[in-house]
Design a protein around this ligand. Structure first.
Ligand code: GDP
Length: 365
């Protein structure tokens, strides 16, 4: 091919030919020995004794895509299930910069003052381990990350939201079996992930900031409806008045919503995570909520609904994965897609053809 930059008359930037790369990056680098896989019973034993290393290794298997790892993970989860459930599961959301990690650090220390253990998990479908996760990063929770009774785990790496959320839900079971009686699940308040977190926690806390007066427009109605408590952070210094104003606005907005299923009226409080003001009050609200829903039976009902939800969610997810990962379906899909785009076939008959082929394929198995 002719390149204009190779012409003598060309005055612009030219491209030099590159340097030949050596075939091996580092010939002296030794292959790392693989650690042998722990057995399911070793992991279960360790988890039930509260061994953090075993817990972490089990969570790694839960997050792994390898069928061999999954088989062990599923056995561990099944055996841990009878020992799980005895915790307060609290979801925490807020837009980036709302102060989630600062707040989780102080909320966590507050909770741990009464003894017990705390696990902080995260759901961040955009994160990939290699790029560093936005949420659940140890460096973001300075005090908690060195606390002996806190277990912090970043979000499972990127994948479908359903997949990432399911792994977190399974990790909750393992943490509870290991004696963690407080579970925080953090998510970034920008989209669908709140729904996923809401479907695995007992209490959903929405962290907000006081803004210019029109902050109510900035948050999705759906998220506010999910909240059991709204807390306005950074109520410190000359921001206190604005935080109080936002509090009043949120309170009146909440009155416009239909009553919640639990019968609980979501509360709106102000606090400062950074200056540690109003932390006890936020926690007293959460205590009140648990007392309320345990008394009226909603606590059990919500957990039962969630268990059902996750059963169907998992079926959905695995069906989809099985369908889309089938090589024959993959090529048929590509073919049908181009037919549909070229107007040679309708979307509906194309979909029906692909599904018919899939059903035929699996019924011959
Ligand atoms: P995240 O992205 O939601 O996890 O937010 P961070 O916890 O990282 O906080 C974002 C910024 O807000 C940081 O610079 C914090 O120091 C600051 N911040 C967090 N909480 C408070 C607070 O209560 N008051 C004030 N003034 N700043 C805060």
């Amino acid at each position: 091919m002719e390149h204009i930059e190779n012409d003598d008359k060309y005055n612009g930037l030219t491209v030099n030919s590159g340097v030949k790369q050596p075939p091996v990056v580092n010939p002296y680098m030794k292959r790392r020995k693989k650690r042998p896989l722990p057995s399911a019973s070793e992991l279960i034993d360790g988890i039930l004794k509260g061994n953090v290393t075993m817990l972490s290794r089990a969570v790694t298997l839960v997050e792994s895509l390898s069928p061999e790892h999954q088989a062990i993970a599923q056995e561990v989860i099944e055996k841990c299930l009878p020992y799980s459930g005895n915790s307060r599961r609290i979801g925490i959301t807020g837009v980036p910069g709302a102060g989630k990690s600062t707040s989780i650090d102080v909320f966590g220390l507050h909770v741990l003052k009464n003894g017990g253990k705390l696990a902080v998990l995260a759901i961040d479908p955009s994160s990939e381990r290699t790029k560093g996760s936005i949420l659940g990063d140890k460096t973001r929770m300075e005090k908690l990350s060195i606390h002996p009774d806190a277990f912090i785990r970043p979000s499972p790496s990127a994948g479908s939201l359903g997949g990432v959320a399911r792994k977190t839900r399974e990790t909750i079971v393992l943490c509870e079996a290991a004696g963690y009686n407080n579970i925080f699940v953090e998510t970034v308040g920008v989209g669908q992930s709140e729904t996923a977190v809401h479907s695995m926690v007992d209490f959903f806390l929405l962290i907000q900031l006081a803004g210019t007066g029109d902050e109510l427009q900035g948050i999705k109605r759906g998220i506010m409806e999910m909240a059991d408590g709204i807390v306005i952070n950074k109520a410190d210094g000359d921001n206190i008045d604005r935080a109080r104003l936002a509090q009043a606005q949120f309170r009146s907005a909440l009155h416009l919503f239909p009553p919640t299923l639990s019968g609980w009226m979501p509360e709106v409080l102000t606090y400062s995570g950074y200056y540690e003001l109003g932390i006890a009050e936020v926690w007293e609200m959460i205590d009140r909520y648990f007392e309320f829903v345990k008394k009226n039976g909603y606590f059990e009902q919500r957990r039962a609904n969630q268990a059902r939800y996750w059963m169907y969610e998992t079926i959905d997810e695995q069906l989809r994965a099985n369908f889309y990962r089938n090589p024959e379906i993959e090529s048929l899909l590509a073919e049908k897609e181009s037919r549909v785009l070229a107007n040679h076939q309708s979307s509906f008959t194309a979909a029906r053809d692909v599904l018919d082929r899939y059903f035929a394929l699996i019924s011959h198995k």
